[in-house]
Design a protein around this ligand. Structure first.
Ligand code: DWN
Ligand code: ZN
Length: 409
């Protein structure tokens, strides 16, 4: 779906750059499916009126979230710990002392967050449209409804379970084009003193680190505190806290509640001021970002071309959604990167979207160390480098591109 106007406030928008023709980021495919591969133009725009950073075009949700969605949240040990902390902060914070609280999570994936509430015997409900990951959550005993969240579902959930004390969402809100519909649903489902807490990759980090790979079909928005505050204000919800997170290369956790229901932390105004200082409200900032993306592409391709000429073996590490933007925008081919190692069974034996680089099990990476590993899962660098000491000891080097292109030990 292409939009000539801002999805939040209706002001006309236009792309400030293009990443070109792009496939579905999680559309791993078999060779015989290449002829039918779907492409769209990946191009971001910035709304000067409400400051929302967004895609001009996003494929239909059903093309991205379905019965064989390739991303299972629980593949990272660090992320499991992150969600255990997130859940604990909700149970010990806004839910503390409440009688029989009810927690709803939007886009609950394989239950990585809700399992913590389930273990404490708390009333919970996950909403997850991708059937296979929802099934993985149910297998863990987590109550999950298979659907896209919106106004209607909010009404149904309220009728069946009552209003929610807390609504949570992690790396989900930025995926939903009808933000106003979801905000209305949240306002309807939430108790008058309830909290809506969500986190997503943060615009400030993406601009500062030139992590343009956060831009792909699923991420229709990249949020800032300023844009979130404006988007939700018209639905009677106010941002009462904003806490930076290190996850996914720099995220922000937003806490909202019905206006006036709870005190507003001073962190909110401080973060908005920081965004102003960084120039996130200025169109020129995005032209600078465009130039930085181009420079990053040139430098990365220079490293990969040199490696190819020198006969070095390069393997990709982590067939992330983000890597689809990098491979397709930069023009990385199987002649640069032999294969991508990934621990997710549903991705293995397939080809990466667009670039068609084979995805292989992790055992292929350890079987014969490559000269270089291109770190597509750079957001998990700490976890990965902690576990890949044997690769480093064998003389293997990492090719990285966020925040700078380089080769590191
Ligand atoms: O927003 C989203 C985020 C939360 O998750 C979704 N739109 C889709 C997905 O994005 P992603 O695919 O870029 O996420 P990750 O977490 O960067 O993906 C990591 C990939 O790398 C997974 O396929 C698992 C794999 N992996 C691996 O092979 N070895 C990960 C780790 C930590 C490892 O050690
Ligand atoms: Zn707008």
């Amino acid at each position: 779906m292409k939009s000539d106007t801002c999805r939040v406030c209706g002001t006309p928008i236009s792309k400030f750059m293009t990443f070109g023709r792009m496939p579905i980021a999680n559309g791993f495919l078999m060779a015989e499916e290449i002829k039918d591969e779907y492409f769209f133009e990946l191009a971001p725009a910035f709304c000067e009126s409400c400051n929302m950073f967004q895609l001009v075009e996003q494929p239909e949700p059903e093309k991205m979230f379905h019965g064989h969605y390739a991303f299972y949240s629980s593949t990272s040990r660090y992320m499991q710990a992150h969600f255990a902390h997130f859940a604990a902060s909700v149970m010990d914070g806004p839910l503390a002392g409440r009688t029989d609280p009810f927690v709803v999570e939007l886009g609950s994936n394989d239950g990585i967050m809700l399992q913590n509430f389930h273990q404490r015997g708390m009333r919970h409900l996950g909403v997850e449209p991708s059937v296979n990951v929802a099934e993985a959550a149910r297998a863990k005993g987590i109550n999950t409804v298979g659907a896209f969240f919106g106004r209607d579902l909010a009404g149904k959930i309220t009728a069946e379970h009552g209003q929610a004390d807390a609504i949570l969402a992690a790396n989900v809100m930025c995926h939903i084009p009808d933000l106003n519909g979801v905000a209305e649903g949240v306002a309807r489902l939430l108790k008058p003193d309830g909290v809506f807490i969500f986190e997503d990759p943060y615009l400030g980090d993406m601009i500062a680190k030139t992590s343009y790979d956060q831009i792909y079909d699923e991420h229709v928005f990249i949020f800032s505190v300023t844009s979130v505050a404006r988007a939700f204000a018209s639905h009677g919800l106010e941002v009462i806290d904003a806490e930076p997170q290190i996850t996914h290369g720099g995220s922000m956790r937003y806490t909202l509640s019905p206006k006036g229901a709870r005190p507003v932390s001073e962190r909110v105004a401080a973060q908005v001021a920081k965004e102003h200082e960084q120039g996130l409200q200025k169109p020129q900032t995005y032209l600078g970002f465009k130039r930085n993306c181009e420079t990053s592409r040139e430098k990365l391709m220079a490293v990969l071309e040199t490696a190819r000429k020198d006969g070095k073996r390069v393997v990709g590490y982590g067939a992330t959604s983000k890597s689809t933007t990098v491979t397709c925008y930069c023009g990385i081919t199987p002649t640069h990167v032999q294969f991508i190692s990934d621990t997710t069974p549903i991705k293995q034996g397939k080809l990466s979207p667009g670039a068609h680089i084979p995805v292989k099990p992790y055992s292929e990476f350890t079987r014969a160390w490559p000269d270089y590993a291109l770190l597509f899962a750079w957001n998990h660098a700490a976890e990965i480098r902690e576990k890949e000491t044997a690769f480093a000891a064998a003389g293997g080097r990492w090719i990285v591109y966020v925040p700078e292109v380089g080769i590191v030990a």
